[in-house]
Design a protein around this ligand. Structure first.
Ligand code: AMP
Ligand code: ZN
Length: 463
């Protein structure tokens, strides 16, 4: 069966073949660690996880690199504004280095909770300053840079194909440009190296042949992907917002430095959106995985929700859909648990399932197929062995799940649980959350399952 993936560069569905043997090299743009990841960011990493699991299911050996942006990502994509990490430092009173550490760990913990496979390499921008400087030197030698008072910029006017990925209308952009482009020659030019302000030191700054400062955001991905995967590799991924600026600029840098587009396939995850614009980290108020967990939602129910939509369509976040996903996952777990072991996978089903995921990771149809199969009269043991096989792609950890153990709950606690349930039904989340916090202090946590709230006893001294 042929694996077909949508390549954003050619804007076509193409047959996938590794560039070299059986090995697939993937680079995914990682988080900017100035705050917690929001569930929108996590949707992108879930899409990339399904991609990796599909490639492995298909029999390829995947080598997966994810960067951590801990310097250089400015609050505006137009190379103006403050470094997001330094801004995070001001917000929290912690150093920029501490900020990066705290949010990197929080991100990695979210990744684990979602059963996302760890990349083979996590690489931090601040650990690769020399590689970035060397990369800029090559771009400079090839005549694609100029200097302004605040940094070294990439000269896009020199590059024929600039903006092809996003099908940018360069002439139109320049003509219609109204935003302040500072000393840049063109709105599409971008910073490779920014100088520290003349009057004060930054927390994160390094010496360079051009002056003390820090790398621009795009150069880290070009330098680190080349270091870990070589100048050309199989797949480069990220969220769709990276198409017009970040990935466009990565391609520009690589094409000057190595003479090629770095990736054979460019793949982009579409957005998870909320009605209330709650998905922008920069707005300061957003939904985190912890927000869902605090409301008793299993992180894998969020994973299930993301599987219900294809990665190339935007997904509106609604609590109702999340709760339905949570119930569906619970049903699947209970069924799976009730089935006996010792069967052989149903090869015909696996072939049909593979067809769905090989069609550009069509998880929506793959899940529908799974439910049809669960309802069929095939023997339970065969169902279990088959689903176990398919779960390598879905990553729902079906094998690890066990039904919660019932415990004796005091009447006072039962009463609070009922009150919380009523508040939830009336969508009064603040009351529900307050009761949950009271229960935690009393030593009980709640998980909301298809059978209703499940109460667990915890040690209240551990927070
Ligand atoms: P950032 O931490 O802002 O650099 O973003 C991390 C990843 O999340 C990038 O691949 C973004 O493209 C992606 N992303 C940002 N917002 C969303 C969203 N609302 N839905 C899905 N992915 C997103
Ligand atoms: Zn990147």
């Amino acid at each position: 069966m042929t694996l077909q993936l949508f390549d954003s560069y050619s804007r076509t569905l193409r047959n996938f073949e590794p560039l070299e043997g059986n090995r697939v090299r993937i680079y995914a743009c990682g988080p900017t660690v100035y705050d917690y990841a929001h569930i929108g960011n996590l949707r992108t990493y879930l899409f990339e996880d399904v991609l990796r699991r599909t490639l492995e299911f298909y029999g390829y050996e995947v080598y997966h690199v994810v960067n951590i942006t801990d310097v250089g990502h400015l609050t505006s994509d137009a190379d103006t504004g403050e470094d997001k990490i330094e801004k995070g430092s001001r917000r929290t009173g912690k150093s920029a280095w501490e900020i990066a550490e705290i949010y990197t760990e929080a991100f990695q913990s979210d990744i684990r909770a979602l059963n996302i496979l760890e990349p083979h390499v996590w690489c931090r921008a601040t650990d690769h300053i020399k590689e970035q400087i060397d990369y800029i030197k090559v771009i400079e030698e090839k005549g694609f840079t100029y200097k302004t008072t605040d940094g070294i910029y990439f000269d896009t006017s020199n590059l024929q194909d600039y903006g092809y990925l996003a099908r940018l209308d360069k002439a139109g952009l320049s003509a219609g440009e109204r935003v302040d482009i500072g000393e840049k020659n063109s709105p599409t030019d971008f910073a490779l190296w920014k100088f520290s302000p003349p009057d004060k030191n930054r927390q994160m700054e390094w010496k360079s042949p051009w002056g003390t400062g820090f790398p621009g955001w795009h150069i880290e991905c070009s330098a680190m992907s080349a270091k870990y995967l070589g100048p050309t590799f199989d797949i480069h991924c990220g969220g769709k917002d990276h198409i017009p600026v970040h990935h466009t600029n990565e391609i520009a840098q690589c094409s000057v430095c190595h003479g090629t587009n770095p990736a054979n396939f460019w793949m982009h995850g579409y957005f998870l959106e909320t009605d209330q614009e709650k998905m922008a980290k920069s707005s300061g108020e957003f939904l985190r995985l912890k927000t869902l967990m605090d409301r008793g939602i299993d992180p894998l129910a969020f994973r299930y929700l993301c599987l219900t939509a294809n990665y190339r369509s935007d997904l509106k976040f609604r609590w109702e859909s999340l709760i339905s996903s949570s119930k569906a996952l619970d049903r699947l777990r209970n069924l799976y648990y009730s089935w006996s072991d010792g069967g052989d996978p149903d090869q015909l089903f696996i072939e049909n399932f593979t067809k769905k995921i090989c069609n550009d990771l069509n998880t929506t149809e793959a899940l529908a197929l799974i439910w049809e199969f669960c309802r069929s009269d095939i023997t339970d043991a065969v169902k279990k062995a088959t689903l176990q096989h398919c779960d390598a792609v879905l990553g729902l950890s079906l094998d690890a799940w066990e039904p919660p153990v019932a415990i004796e709950i005091p009447d006072r606690i039962k009463q609070l649980v009922d009150e919380r349930q009523k508040a939830r039904e009336q969508k009064d989340w603040s009351i529900a959350d307050r009761i949950r916090d009271d229960l935690l202090k009393l030593g009980y946590s709640i998980e909301d399952t298809a059978q209703g709230p499940q109460v667990n006893q915890i040690d209240p001294t551990i927070s």
